[in-house]
Design a protein around this ligand. Structure first.
Ligand code: AP5
Ligand code: MG
Length: 194
């Protein structure tokens, strides 16, 4: 079973590329950001609690997202594989995911890391704020906090997966088509050669 992590800073194109990959490889898309936004919209207890973090550009507590991921893996027993978008985002989350998969006799196959400069991240999020109206894209200070949080808490995962020989970087500043061509090439190789 294929377990792929699509990694990158906010606005890197994780969601955009995930949509392409799930249909091409018949994978289940697990985006913790999308899951949390559904809770926000439906004003669940979890959503009201999570909004306090999301609206400031901070990470919601690890146990909240780990429980969501566990539930979604368990509710898709017949999946061909999963693509993780926006998860894991801390070393703690990565270690818990490893544990969760090991208990099922499975493991992460690869982390594809989209790389792009902070200036482009800001540009993309401002543009998306106009189109999609996501609250956490609308304020400069929230964008700045999201970028800082990425550098401080999430970027260390590059080392976490590199030391396991599971990290491949892709230039995220390329066009959507170019990024997906590179990404599909990497996944095809992984499927063929393991
Ligand atoms: P989340 O929803 O995961 O947001 P994010 O990581 O900040 O990433 P985005 O969704 O903003 O960007 P993306 O990489 O998906 O890019 P996209 O494809 O949309 O998280 C939101 C919040 O939820 C977090 O801040 C946190 O509070 C909480 N949260 C979520 N997961 C968590 C976790 N695991 N732990 C704790 N807290 C968690 O593209 C961006 C824009 O650029 C789009 O408009 C797109 O059309 C455009 N675009 C994409 N690719 C290209 C390209 N190649 N060229 C030009 N434009 C492009
Ligand atoms: Mg996204």
């Amino acid at each position: 079973m294929l377990h792929l992590i699509l990694f990158g800073p906010p606005g890197a194109g994780k969601g955009t590329q995930s949509k392409i990959l799930i249909s091409r490889y018949n994978l289940v898309h697990l985006s913790t950001g999308d899951m949390l936004r559904i809770h926000l919209k439906e004003q669940t207890t979890l959503g009201v609690e999570a909004a306090r973090y999301i609206n400031q550009g901070l990470l919601v507590p690890d146990e909240v997202v780990i429980d969501m991921i566990k539930e979604h893996i368990e509710s898709n027993p017949h999946a061909h594989g999963f693509i993780y978008d926006g998860f894991p985002r801390t070393i703690e989350q990565a270690a818990k995911l490893d544990e969760l998969l090991a208990a099922r006799g499975q493991q992460i196959g690869l982390m594809i890391a989209l790389d792009l400069p902070d200036s482009l991240i800001r540009e993309r999020m401002c543009k998306r704020a106009e189109i999609e109206g996501r609250a956490d894209d609308a304020k400069d200070e929230v964008i700045a906090t999201r970028i800082a949080t990425y550098h401080q808490k999430t970027k260390p995962l590059l080392d976490y997966y590199s030391t396991q020989n599971k990290c491949v970087q892709v230039g995220g500043a390329q066009t959507i088509d170019e990024v997906s061509q590179c990404t599909c090439h990497i996944i095809d190789r992984l499927i063929q050669h393991g």
